[in-house]
Every structure is written in C-alpha cells, then in structure tokens.
Write a protein that binds this ligand. Sequence first.
Ligand code: COA
Length: 374
Amino acid sequence: MYQPAITGTGVFTPEQVITNDELVVAFNAYADRMNAKNAEAIAAGEMAPMEHSSSEFIFKASGIEQRYVIDKSGVLDPEVMHPHLRQRSDDELSLMAEMALDACQKALDMAGVAAEEIDLVICAASNMERAYPAIAIEIQKALGAGGFAFDMNVACSSATFGIQAAADMVRSGSATKAIVVNPEICSGHLEWRDRDCHFIFGDVATATVIERAEDAKGARFDILSTRCATEFSNNIRNNNGFLRRSRPSGVEDRRDMQFMQNGRKVFKEVVPMVSAHILAHLDDEGFGGENLRRLWLHQANKSMNDFIGKKVMGRTPEREEQPNILQDYANTSSAGSIIAFAKYSDDLDPGDLGLVCSFGAGYSVGSVLLRREA
Ligand code: COA
C-alpha cells in the first residue's frame, strides 16, 4: 500500500462576471415582460404575477455577491435567460474538456508532474455535456496522459467522491499518478427564470493531482482518509436525461429539465447530516474538530457553512479557519470546496490537519482528511 497525497491543484475561472445587481435587472425585466404577456390571466386571477428579485435578498439569504460564467450575454437577455454557447464540431475540443485542460495544466505545474505521467483521469462533475464518449477520455487524450479515464457524477459531491476513488487507486497501486478534474458549467442547468434559485450558481473548473507521497516534488497534503455517504432525497432534482425524447411532452420547455430544489428543506436536512458526518469521520481517526486547522467546505450558502463550521469546531471558526469563496464564485457545485482548498491552503504548517467536505444532491456528502507535509 502507498500513501496517497495531493500535490497540485488548479482553478480555471471564466472571464465573464455577473454581479447580483446585473442579474436582478435582467430577471426583473423578464418578470415584467411575462406579467405584461399574461396580463389578462393575472387580472382574471387565473395566474399570479411574477415578483421581482432583489440583490439585498440574494446576499442576505446566500452570501453570494457575484458569479463567473462562460456566457453572460444570453443569461442577461430577458428574451433568452440562458447562456449562449457555440455549437462545436465533433473534431473540436468539447467545452468541458477545454475548461478542464486549463485547470489540469495549472495543477500539473504546481505538482511538477508531466501530463504524460498521469495514468488516471477522473472527470467528476454534476453534468456531462454529452452521453459518450466520456469527457474524461477526451481530456486524457488532449493532455497526452496514459492509463485510463472515466466520468463520474455525484452532483455537488463529485469532487470528493472522485478524490476518494483516485486516492484508493493510488493507495492500492492500480494507478500511480491521478488527476481528478471538475468542470462545472452550472449556468447550463440553472433555471435563470426562477426567482427562488436564479442567483445560486456559477461556472468554474478545478483539478487535483493525487500521487504517491514518496513521489512528491514539493509540499504536499497526505490524504489520511476519506469518507463518502449518500441518502436518497428528491429535494434537489433535475429530470433531464436521455429518455426525454421518448416521453410525452419530454422535449418541451419544462421547468423540471433544469435544477430544482426545496431550498429550505435542503438547508434544514443537510446541515445536521454534514456536521455529524464530519465529526464521525474525525472521531474514527482519533481527532476532534479542535484538531482541525482548516475546514474547506462546499460553497452553497454562507449560513449553512457558518452552522457546520460552528458545530464541527465547537465554536465560531475564525474566517481564515473556514474560508468561503462563494461570495465571488457563487455555488459551483462540486468545484466549490476545491476552489477554497486551492486558494487557502498554502499557509498551513507541516503537521497541520485540514478537511475538505462537499455535500449536495443525492443527498451526498464526501469528506477528505488531509495533513500538510513539508
Ligand atoms: N428576491 C427576493 N425575495 C425572494 C427571492 C428573490 N430572489 N427568492 C425568494 N424570495 C422570498 C420568498 O418569496 C420568501 O418570501 P415569503 O417569506 O414572503 O414567502 C422569502 O424570500 C424567503 O424565501 P426562501 O426560499 O424560504 O429563502 P431562504 O431563506 O430559504 O433562502 C436559499 C433560499 C436557496 C438561499 C436557501 O434556502 C439555501 O441556500 N438552501 C440550501 C441550498 C443548497 O445548498 N442547495 C444545494 C444546491 S446544490
């Protein structure tokens, strides 16, 4: 058995930003248009008018101030309300692979690993832009990596579940150098026309290099252990899928073909599930929350993270102990906790413990216990 370690991380951040104010102007213009279009039905009491969104609500309810997206022009056009993405030919790199490559290259550079040395690529994300061939295999080819590659989807927990899979393979020897990459085009599955959730997501890609600790060329984080758990829930759901064409009205513009959630229930049910999961994981390793120098949590909602951080650490964590990036990136699904880890882990001292934890649809929760090594 080999000790697996994280030796590099990379983040691809799209160039375009949408602030809450910009988003709200577009949403409110859309709502006004819909209300004008349905004026008769609204006046007859057959339909409720759409209400305006507000920047103040968004910030207060979520902590989000802005989000990065691949295309803002379509999202901010009240006649469109979704990103405009160019159709690529089958000979071109797919968009997910393109974002992934940028993040992978940064992670490989940090680790000092050549792409050809990689023998496992896992593309772990909430959505894949096509059914097959696997995006991971396209990334493997574009990188010039060897070995094998596969896609996996556990929604917001995809990154930690992917890290567990890669770490177990490095530990056993079935892979020697792995990259787990999380290209998340959340703007593609967000319902920008729904006031309850239109502010939630952003786009990004993250990558993590995992190899044998003994092969690390610089500072590293040893993966002491991982823990994944799932419990079925319909509270976060998207019904889009390959049977769409086969079902009556399947191809219509339907609300359930985009992200749907019962946000309040998710909040109430997931916070205790995640806190208990982290504490049990730590306890089984002989630690408590007080032993953690850092907690890199999934980035969905600031209050959720505040609750989880307090429960795990037994006190209100200092800002640097539980860094949030959601104010800048919004919820980027599986990539969120990895962005936090990539941006806020350099300053840890040898021997310091930290824990990455993601959670979301499924429900699913994954935690990765790390120790900084020189
Ligand atoms: N602008 C202004 N007001 C809004 C609004 C908006 N965009 N969206 C909702 N509201 C209103 C609602 O109509 C409601 O009004 P009411 O009290 O008069 O009925 C009020 O604000 C509260 O709405 P609610 O949906 O209960 O808000 P919330 O405090 O639960 O916050 C979330 C909403 C989505 C931010 C929060 O529930 C959350 O983050 N949940 C967890 C999400 C999560 O982690 N999801 C995982 C995704 S992978």
